[in-house]
Design a protein around this ligand. Structure first.
Ligand SMILES: C[S@@+](CC[C@H](N)C(=O)[O-])C[C@H]1O[C@@H](n2cnc3c(N)ncnc32)[C@H](O)[C@@H]1O
Length: 254
């Protein structure tokens, strides 16, 4: 008798667990040249405020005995890395890790014009199996990335492993709006504006249908905090952003 294969979701489609990453990679490889433009259009620029909020919460130091080491996981085109460099006036050392070489290539291109962070490392890596030693980073950040990882628990365990004791994990992710009228407007916006916008700008709405579906399938902040907790993190909290359209999750390796 053959064993049942483990399944998961790619957006609303049920797929074999081992097939999801390939499908996710197709999405980000395809959108990488216009990823930043689409982020601004789809969020009306608000993703910038959420990313600013994440880096303010991290509050990377501007001086100290040695550089503050940050791993920006699923870091894509380097939005979070750039902010961390600016906030720390170049004192932080950020490693951007992402499974998509195309997204990283866009980031490396952008990094040439950054005020700080000339030596930023862009490393192709799977969040489920990180090529870094245990106890390497003072902080791990993940913005809008964890939703795409097939085995979220593995990625959280890996983040825990590579953090130093006393290090912090911050995860920024879409959530579910909980304010009347805002929630209705948001649902309509997701269904009626985002996929057609993707078709107009990218010539294909499929990546943006995946985006909307994957956001809806992601667990709410309380359930996601539970996963962070189970990966070993302490003092796990979440903060709602913009009527809970997004949420910032925090946990410490103590
Ligand atoms: C929505 S983008 C977020 C990029 C960036 N953090 C930002 O906020 O703009 C999601 C990123 O997750 C990356 N990703 C998906 N699965 C991954 C995995 N298993 N390991 C590392 N990165 C992954 C994708 O390649 C993509 O760059």
């Amino acid at each position: 008798m053959s064993e049942a294969r483990a399944t998961t979701h790619f957006g609303d489609t049920t797929v074999a667990l081992e097939d999801k990453q390939g499908l996710v990679n197709e999405v980000f490889d395809a959108v990488s040249p216009r990823y930043d433009l689409m982020n601004d259009l789809m969020s009306l620029g608000v993703h910038r405020l959420w990313k600013d909020a994440m880096v303010s919460r991290l509050a990377p130091p501007r001086s100290g005995g040695r550089p503050f080491r940050v791993l920006d996981l699923a870091g894509g085109t380097g939005d979070i890395a750039e902010r961390i460099h600016n906030h720390s006036h170049g004192f932080a050392k950020v490693t951007v890790a992402d499974i998509s070489p195309e997204m990283l290539a866009e980031g490396a291109k952008r990094a040439k014009s950054w005020r700080f962070g000339a030596g930023t490392e862009f490393i192709t890596a799977n969040a489920e199996d990180l090529p870094f030693d245990t106890d390497t980073f003072d902080a791990v950040t993940i913005a809008f990335g964890i939703r795409n990882v097939p085995r979220i628990e593995k990625a959280l365990s890996e983040a825990f492993r590579v953090l130093t004791s006393g290090g912090r994990l911050l995860v920024l992710e879409f959530s579910k709006p909980d304010v009347p009228v805002v929630d209705t407007f948001y649902e309509q916006f997701c269904d009626r504006i985002i996929p057609p916008l993707g078709a107009m700008v990218m010539g294909d709405d499929a990546p943006y249908r995946y985006l909307v579906e994957s956001i809806r399938r992601f667990p709410g902040p309380a359930a996601f905090c539970q996963l962070i907790n189970e990966a070993g993190f302490s003092r796990v909290t979440h903060t709602a952003l913009s009527a809970n359209i997004a949420a910032l999750h925090s946990g410490w390796k103590i």
